[in-house]
Design a protein around this ligand. Sequence first.
Ligand SMILES: Nc1ncnc2c1ncn2[C@@H]1O[C@H](COP(=O)(O)OS(=O)(=O)O)[C@@H](OP(=O)(O)O)[C@H]1O
Length: 353
Amino acid sequence: MFLKTHKTGGSTIANILFRYGDSRNLTFALGSVAQGGNHLGWPQRFRLSSTLPVYRPLNILCSHTVFNKKPMNWLFPREISKYVTIIRNPVDNFESLFNYYQLGEDLGLGDDPVVSLENFLKRLSSFYSKVKRGIHARNPMMFDLGFSQKYFQNYTAVTEYINFLNKEFDLVMIMEYYDESLILLKRLLCWEIDDILHVKVNERLDKEKASNLSDRVKENIKRWNKADVLLFTYFNATFWKKIEMEGSGFYEDLSAFRKRRLKLQQICFENGSGAVQRIFGRKDVKGYSTRNDLNSSLKFLCNRWIKTENSYLYELGKKRQEELDSDLEKQTRIDDSTSWDVSKDLQYVPVET
Ligand SMILES: Nc1ncnc2c1ncn2[C@@H]1O[C@H](COP(=O)(O)OS(=O)(=O)O)[C@@H](OP(=O)(O)O)[C@H]1O
């Protein structure tokens, strides 16, 4: 169960999980197409009804949702499942989220990534309630991890919830240490290095980024998102303790992984092509150009690395629908209550009068 928090590098992990699960015919928790397919009830807490129906146990959940222990533990029993998530430095996370979702524009603060963010932080309380996607606009990571907004300003509640998360999750990855995070994931899931190969996806275009934020703005982002700061500080510390416990084999894996990834990236993609990828509607992010000289199997492999979340979900949804249709067909056949002719032992023989 991968709890995909917003703007933390989760789409890259989801792409890894899609490729892993799809090639092994595993079953994903899929959202309804009406919700865009990539949300499992978000911003509501996860419920059993948040996923499309399925007649077999689920193997992977990797779409946006809000953590909810009971239904999740039911679908992914703790004894046989791994619970993982990823977080990011709250300053960069908030900047990414604010500008990606154009919250400044929503509020009439203009489309300049730096100025609109500065102005938002100046008059927070009056703006917060007005943001259409207000859910995003404070402690977005703690929100996705299921912490109630009511307690955002309660230190005891925040720290207790972080302790609770520490018990619920087997691994909390850190975006700033992406490679190290993936090696921990590989080891936790007993995977091979090839299973975690990837390219960075969903990176904003440079013009949408607010680079060089002043120290004052950074400090205000931290003060506004105190619960996320506490979350990040706590799991950043446990992350390095985890790595220490892995021993020296961890760094051997890390170096082998980096070499292999570089090699495959060189095989698959043109260097610095400046390509742009459309991910939905009119939203573009940085993309990749696959090399022209690839044979068909390599082309297939390389294109899967950069396949967007939405097209993966669309394909998986279609596959699921076909399975459901055939499962339903089988059930209808079993339930056909007029088919009494398969055996005659209990055949109806009326009493003679
Ligand atoms: N491998 C790797 N290493 C470092 N950083 C990475 C990686 N993959 C994704 N990213 C950065 O993650 C940001 C996108 O996060 P998400 O995919 O979670 O966004 S979303 O909520 O699903 O829209 C986005 O950050 P910003 O560009 O700052 O917005 C990506 O650049």
